[in-house]
Design a protein around this ligand. Structure first.
Ligand SMILES: Cc1cc2nc3c(=O)[nH]c(=O)nc-3n(C[C@H](O)[C@H](O)[C@H](O)COP(=O)(O)OP(=O)(O)OC[C@H]3O[C@@H](n4cnc5c(N)ncnc54)[C@H](O)[C@@H]3O)c2cc1C
Length: 319
């Protein structure tokens, strides 16, 4: 019988499995149980949360949960918290998670450490987290003093665990759902040019070293041979409007195997988004550019010459 312990939730199932992995580790350290929450309409795969490590999966399956509503989702989470009385709650730092987590914390009269990059427990069973601060230039270590301890975690901060032979208990929640005060009257699909930056294994990225939008074709050619996604710095997207999404503290946080930074100076705001990259290659014509300090390999040169030469060499190698 699982009593207190760790509870995890994200509406993004991949992220929730990553939280299950971290939650399992913390629960084992505490000698406690791990529960996960699945909510929505017509949920068929709640079981895989236990296959990846949860002792118990709370399921709230109701047609009224098909669409996200902060009031109904909050009610479900609080009801699961009441059932399980966790000492630690970890939620996904998705857009929706960021709306929900502070509301849950407020309702429970506790605090919440947000977008944690590492999580552990101390000898007093308190949650200890690391978070990036000052635009990503330093790491703060924080200890939660109030129960239940709460934290949010961004996608791909922790790896998805391997499946385990565990067979957890499935508990169906019966909840009095409140009527949402917000009603969705229309849905429009967001058009995105650079879908999947967070999942990409190779990213080639543009900075202000590019003089105009048409020149991005140099990067497109390189991305074609490498099978890479195209990213950029904030000014390229937000100021020039050449691409939709940027990478960094206020943009996407990426974890590719290879990140090629072209004409990027390497400010702390951009660096905060590429910390998780395994190998960084920088192309910059200023040998004093900060990006070289972050890079594993650096090419001091004009990107307008280096990129076509690199693309040509890679094409020839792949023949
Ligand atoms: C609150 C806040 C949040 C922010 N969030 C983000 C964020 O999330 N992500 C982000 O990226 N920025 C962010 N910024 C902006 C950030 O401070 C920088 O302005 C930005 O990262 C710089 O982008 P850049 O490297 O493209 O441009 P620059 O700093 O102008 O660098 C351009 C580089 O290109 C090189 N270069 C020029 N010509 C060539 C050439 N021909 N060949 C090779 N190299 C060349 C130059 O030597 C230079 O190093 C944020 C700023 C604020 C205030």
């Amino acid at each position: 019988m699982v009593t207190k312990g760790v509870m995890v939730y994200s509406e993004d199932r991949e992220l929730e499995l990553q939280l299950v992995g971290k939650g399992r580790e913390l629960a084992d350290k505490l000698g406690a149980g791990l529960s996960a929450l699945a909510m929505g309409s017509g949920i068929a795969d709640a079981g895989n949360l236990s296959e990846y490590g949860a002792d118990r999966v709370y399921v709230a399956d109701d047609p009224r949960l098909a669409d996200f509503s902060v009031e109904t989702y909050r009610a479900v989470i609080l009801s699961a918290v009441k059932e399980f009385s966790p000492e630690i709650i970890i939620m996904g730092a998705t857009k929706r998670g960021k709306e929900l987590a502070p509301r849950i914390a407020a309702a429970l009269g506790t605090g919440c450490m947000t977008e944690c990059t590492s999580l552990d427990v101390d000898d007093q069973r308190r949650l200890v987290a690391e978070r990036l601060t000052y635009g990503g230039s330093s790491i703060a270590k924080e200890v939660s003093k109030k129960m239940p301890h709460m934290a949010t975690v961004a996608p791909r901060t922790f790896p998805k665990p391997p499946p385990s032979p565990r067979k957890g208990e499935i508990v169906r929640l019966k909840i009095d759902l409140p009527s949402p005060r917000v009603v969705v009257i229309e849905r429009r699909k967001k058009v995105k040019a650079s879908v999947g930056l967070e999942e990409a294994t190779i990213i080639v990225s543009a900075g202000r070293g590019f003089r105009n939008k048409e020149d991005l074709q140099l990067l497109e050619a390189l991305s074609g041979v490498l099978g890479a996604k195209i990213g950029c710095t904030r000014p390229v997207a937000a100021d020039s409007g050449w691409l939709d999404e940027w990478i960094g503290i206020s943009g996407r946080k990426v974890k590719p195997r290879l990140y090629v930074a072209c004409g990027i100076s390497g400010t702390i705001q951009h660096a905060a988004g590429i910390r998780g990259a395994q190998t960084i290659v920088a192309i910059n014509n200023d040998e004093a550019a900060g990006i070289f300090e972050l890079s594993d390999y650096g090419v001091v040169g004009d990107l307008y010459k280096v990129l076509p030469a690199l693309t040509k060499a890679l094409k020839e190698r792949s023949k």
